[in-house]
Design a protein around this ligand. Structure first.
Ligand SMILES: C[S@@+](CC[C@H](N)C(=O)[O-])C[C@H]1O[C@@H](n2cnc3c(N)ncnc32)[C@H](O)[C@@H]1O
Ligand code: SF4
Length: 384
């Protein structure tokens, strides 16, 4: 393994906000209902202070780099006030500066009770919104336990655009309980026609530890799921969207933050349960913060940094699991640069995948073929 040079690797920052008004029955994210559906100002301030203390323990990992992108995810990060973010960014930038054109994304819910006016978030430097719409169908929104209506969802996109956000992602799920092809396509149509510039289109998965796992809803049969996938893709392509990752569709530039994850870049991570990855000269490390908000708030920040080195034998799979999700893959040079390993060690595996037409026959790029994307799990298994 050769020495790594962290300075050549972009550094992002993930901030986790662990609260929601109510827990959705399908959701396995580290999100917790707030008492009375409202985040108190005291708790907001206590948490923001804890985030800054947490960041101080990671400052040294920057190694001279500026922050390339920030993603504030949750939970429902829009429960925190715009003013709260203004204070937070000032504190963080004093420790590690942000790049001039740093992309800052905020995940926001469409329910109007859950956020300040969007213009206020834009004013404090947030320049990309990711709206958790999930569906525009009233029955599906009820089944999904969402607290917003279909009208709220439409007006959230419109308000975000009117407020001046040029980059608006809409999260939609498909394969919803008893969903028909027409309903799934109608959801895409509303997102497209109301001006989403990016769509994250996820197939609903039933996760352990969720209400849907315990009381399974009736999901569409495989044939319907396949048709939704095929026709949804055709619809998005016909409307000028480019599919650049398994579930990510863009009409504008890609999300730099997510791109950095998929290109095996580095990211600091603050907040309850947040996951980070950093490169040091001797290796690549992952870490995870204490998961429950109350434990996170109770602990000394340095104590809840659980660090784990990615072992040499696990590195090819870890790298490919991210890189090959991208439709265009990554430049081959990124492999040695970001893992410290020689790509030639994988000649046999890659050669065989190329022969089976699952990876592109291109020495400068590591990418799956269209067929390889269909069988992504088997492609990845080859790197285990
Ligand atoms: C971190 S979640 C939170 C976003 C935001 N709190 C919201 O729900 O509006 C990000 C996205 O993951 C997707 N998601 C969550 N649970 C899922 C599941 N079980 N299957 C598929 N997608 C899921 C949803 O589209 C959601 O918007
Ligand atoms: S609002 Fe989002 S994060 Fe919160 S429970 Fe629902 S899906 Fe999960």
């Amino acid at each position: 393994m050769t020495d790594l040079t962290p300075q050549n690797i972009p550094l992002s920052l993930y901030i986790h906000m662990p609260w929601c008004v109510r827990k959705c029955p399908y959701c396995d994210f580290n999100s917790h209902a707030v008492p009375d559906g409202k985040l108190s100002l005291d708790l907001e301030q206590e948490y923001l202070l804890a985030l800054v203390e947490d960041f101080k323990t990671q400052e040294d990992f920057a190694q001279g780099r500026k922050i390339h992108s920030v993603f504030i995810g949750g939970g429902t990060p829009s429960l925190i006030s715009a003013q709260g973010y203004q204070w937070l960014f000032t504190q963080l930038k004093a420790l590690v500066p942000f790049e001039q054109d740093c992309e800052i994304t905020l995940e926001a819910n469409p329910g109007t009770v859950e956020h300040d006016p969007f213009a206020d978030y834009l004013d404090v430097g947030i320049n990309r919104l990711s709206l958790g719409v999930q569906s525009f169908n009233p029955d599906h929104l009820t089944k999904l336990g969402r607290i917003h209506s279909n009208d709220d969802a439409v007006s959230a996109i419109q308000h975000a655009k009117q407020a001046g956000f040029q980059r608006v992602n809409v999260d939609l799920m498909h394969g919803l309980p008893e969903q028909t092809l027409e309903q799934a396509l109608y959801d895409l149509k509303l997102a497209v026609e109301n001006g989403a510039t990016h769509i994250s289109w996820y197939q609903l998965t039933i996760e352990p530890n969720t209400v849907f796992f315990r009381t399974q809803p009736i999901l569409p049969v495989d044939d319907v799921l396949e048709t939704i996938q095929e026709q949804g893709e055709q619809y998005l392509k016909a409307n000028g969207f480019i599919n650049y990752e398994v579930s990510a569709w863009r009409k504008e530039k890609p999300s730099s933050h997510n791109l950095n994850y998929w290109q095996f870049g580095d990211y600091l991570a603050i907040g309850a349960g947040a996951h980070g990855k950093i490169t040091q000269a001797d290796g690549v490390y992952r870490f995870q913060k204490t998961r429950l908000p109350k434990d996170y708030l109770a602990k000394v920040p340095a104590e809840h940094l659980q660090f784990k080195r990615i072992e040499k034998q696990d590195m090819p799979f870890e790298f490919m699991m991210n890189a090959l999700r991208l439709n265009e893959g990554v430049h081959a040079q990124m492999y040695p640069e970001r893992t410290g390993l020689n790509l030639s060690d994988l000649d046999q595996v890659i050669g065989s995948l190329k022969q089976r037409k699952l990876m592109l026959n291109d020495d400068t790029q590591l990418a799956c073929t269209a067929q390889g994307h269909v069988f992504l799990n088997s492609v990845l298994e080859a790197f285990l």
